[in-house]
Design a protein around this ligand. Sequence first.
Ligand code: PLP
Length: 218
Amino acid sequence: MIKRNTENLLNRLPAGIQIVAATKARNPEVIKEAIKAGIKIIGENYVQEAEAKYNVLGRVVQWHFIGHLQKNKVKRAVEIFDMIQTIDSFEIAQAIDKACSLKKKVMQVLIEVNSAREKEKFGLFPQDVCSFIEEARQLKNIKINGLMTMGPFLKDASQLRPYFKEARRLFERVKSLNLPGVQMCYLSMGMSDSYQVAVEEGANLIRIGTAIFGRRKT
Ligand SMILES: *Cc1c(COP(=O)(O)O)cnc(C)c1O
């Protein structure tokens, strides 16, 4: 099932769109099946859970962090991940920068945008993103590579379209500023229920769990 799900997804996607397999609560064995079927990027939400899987799977894939990163986990996160998609404060950007400078590593990061401006959710409000990037781009050991958004929880994916549109507009705006050190390559949005709408609105990284692995039991 995982093999067929993954192959169907990969075959249906337009060129230039990459899948991040969202693997929270999935064990290494099922993740291996997805990798065999063509998955190249794993997205993990928790550092400790990622470490356990990383020790089994290693660097045969790229590792993206897609959860909310706590400051006390940054050092360990920097060991594993190739990209951190969820930068939403200068404090966390600085902590990553510092941990990376000790390791002589440059971390690719995406800025998380709270495109629906929901108070209880993580991510920067759209109006704060440009000034944030102006500041964060000064950090030498992180490389800003784009934006990520979750969007609100809505039953009907088409209702997410305005939020994806807003993230896209912002993405293009930052890109057009041509800020030194900033390379706007990735717009990460869309999940199992919403990736088609997200792709129509310009996503080129989609984060897929259920549509690959089936319903989560936990
Ligand atoms: C779980 C998760 C996904 C994937 O969700 P599905 O609906 O299972 O595809 C995408 N992004 C993030 C940040 C997640 O935590």
